[in-house]
Design a protein around this ligand. Structure first.
Ligand SMILES: Cc1cc2nc3c(=O)[nH]c(=O)nc-3n(C[C@H](O)[C@H](O)[C@H](O)COP(=O)(O)OP(=O)(O)OC[C@H]3O[C@@H](n4cnc5c(N)ncnc54)[C@H](O)[C@@H]3O)c2cc1C
Length: 511
């Protein structure tokens, strides 16, 4: 009997020990923000400023998401633009966005974004986020990309990450926590809580597996889209589902899944933020890739040129044309081009990563390391014929393309694609090098359909009370293709949409 009692007691103890894994805790907030990246922290900051009690849920061990990678944000008619005589008007920018998207995008949302963009730069300025300079999206485009200046911690040498959008993340995160908000790391949002047609909170799970019920008067979805969700990529980007996502981890479409379960409609799901082509696993500043994406001579696996390579200026064009031919191409250059890039520097910058004129002194190391790995990413041969064999192309097809390129370089006229003469280069001096190019993207752009204030709408167009979607969890800012004509669009939209959602949510709560 004693034995039975003692084993019952141990069983009870075991259950008690196991309990926390199934326990639930409850927290209260005015606004719960799911996702502590750029748009989510912007929403949380704006909501805190307006007096709301905020809880931010972040799936990863640190905040920032893809917002840790960006450098600059869009604005039109900002003070800094005006001060240095840059004349990009709101009307011009709005028209460009809508014309580029063939008015498939959400005009009311785009107008709201453009109209408030300059004020958002001032809003950030007041919190200590300064602008270093205003640059372009694509080389030679309008000056709208407000590149974020280094913060004091960067300048004092304390934190080399206090620069570009990481500075924005640092400032927003500090603002929220300093003003009574809570940022819960490694605590993903899992499901929305509804009462009738209203969203009244969100379930989360912390790293110990404990479920947390967060009762909130409004929920802002800011989980950054679905680039890491293979099934969703297959469904919505069937042309090239294996596209490499740069700077995105854990983007599992959680926000979109939770939103659709609550009745959200979706918009623009097939649009990705197409990036310069490259290879998986390489840093955006890798010098072997930097030379491969110079706008010289790119061919399909058959050995035929397929595009004006200088479209790399507006990388969504490069991505689109590569996806169109099946998602694999080879950039081929000769030793004279390699030498020029190493000794004189590259012509085409890779944003802030590799500036124009950078001498690619690390090219050799990067190329040779990859060659030794024999992964079929890079090739080297003394003749075009030998290179064609390595690339499994018909030598006569590749040779014909090389001849066309060399003729174009001599006559300074590209009869195939009209590429500007300054990028016409011969492929004539061995050895010859080839690098495989595959599509890459910086994130998905489709998501929940929203109003101009980022309220999520259902399939009948009715706003779902208490539910907002921002940044790359919301669709409608873009038509069928990412637009790099106005630099800083996605980061700018992330921050502005976060603010819009917070402002509207506060009004909704006070109703
Ligand atoms: C290399 C690179 C350079 C870029 N440069 C620029 C630029 O200069 N200008 C520009 O305009 N744009 C740029 N972008 C794009 C820009 O960074 C993104 O568009 C922007 O960060 C999107 O913001 P977001 O809030 O939607 O997503 P994110 O900033 O990625 O935030 C989403 C967050 O949600 C979290 N999350 C996911 N699921 C859950 C869940 N279930 N629960 C809780 N949290 C969750 C994620 O971990 C992440 O922290 C760049 C992108 C890259 C990759």
């Amino acid at each position: 009997m004693k034995k039975l009692l003692s084993s019952m007691a141990s069983a009870a103890l075991l259950v008690a020990c196991a309990l926390p894994a199934y326990a639930e805790k409850t927290m209260e907030a005015d606004i719960a923000v799911v996702g502590g990246g750029l748009s989510g922290l912007a929403a949380a900051t704006q909501a805190s400023q307006l007096g709301a009690k905020v809880i931010v849920l972040e799936k990863q061990a640190k905040v920032g998401g893809t917002g840790l990678f960006c450098e600059g944000v869009f604005a039109a008619e900002s003070k800094v633009q005006k001060r240095i005589g840059i004349n990009v008007t709101k009307d011009f920018a709005f028209k460009l966005i809508m014309d580029y998207g063939h008015w498939k995008n959400n005009g009311a949302l785009a107008k709201h974004f453009v109209d408030r963009s300059a004020e958002t730069i001032e809003w950030m300025d007041a919190m200590g986020i300064k602008i270093e300079y205003v640059g372009v999206g694509g080389h030679g485009g309008p000056l709208t990309w407000h590149v974020i200046a280094p913060g004091p911690d960067y300048l004092s040498g304390k934190n080399k990450h206090d620069y570009h959008c990481e500075r924005v993340i640092n400032v927003f995160n500090k603002y929220v926590t300093d003003h009574g908000g809570q940022v819960l790391l490694q605590t993903p949002g899992t499901d929305l809580i509804r009462e009738g047609n209203k969203v009244v909170g969100v379930w989360a799970k912390d790293k110990s597996g404990e479920k947390i019920r967060i009762n909130a008067k409004a929920v802002v979805m800011a989980t950054g889209g679905f680039s890491s969700n293979k099934e969703m990529m297959k469904k919505y980007y069937p042309e090239y589902p294996d596209i490499t996502a740069v700077g995105n981890i854990g983007k599992d479409g959680d926000g979109i899944r939770m939103g659709t379960a609550a009745g959200a409609d979706l918009e623009g799901m097939n649009t990705v933020e197409g990036y310069r082509p490259g290879l998986p696993g390489f840093h955006p500043a890798d010098q072997m890739i930097a030379l491969a994406v110079q706008p010289y001579f790119w061919v399909t696996p058959r050995g035929e040129r397929y595009t004006d390579e200088s479209n790399i200026v507006f990388w969504p064009y490069s991505n689109n044309s590569l996806v169109r031919v099946g998602g694999v191409a080879y950039s081929i250059y000769d030793d004279a081009t390699r030498k020029a890039a190493v000794e004189q520097g590259i012509e085409m910058p890779l944003g802030e990563w590799v500036l124009a004129g950078t001498k690619l002194v690390k090219w050799e190391d990067s190329f040779n390391k990859e060659l030794a790995r024999k992964r079929g990413f890079v090739f080297k041969a003394d003749t075009i014929e030998e290179l064609a064999k390595q690339l499994k192309m018909k030598p006569e097809v590749l040779q014909a393309s090389v001849d066309q390129m060399n003729k174009a370089a001599e006559s300074r006229t590209d009869e195939l694609f009209g590429k500007p003469a300054k990028f016409l280069r011969k492929v004539a001096t061995g050895p010859f090098y080839a690098t495989k190019l595959t599509p890459r993207h910086l994130g998905t752009l489709g998501g929940m359909k929203v109003t101009r204030d980022n309220q999520v709408v259902d399939t009948k167009g009715e706003p779902i009370s208490g539910l907002y979607a921002v940044g790359t969890d919301s669709g409608g800012m873009y038509g069928d293709s990412y637009d790099l004509l106005l630099g800083g669009g996605t980061a700018g939209y992330a921050i502005n949409s976060g603010r819009f959602a917070a402002e509207h949510a506060i009004k909704y709560i006070k109703q």
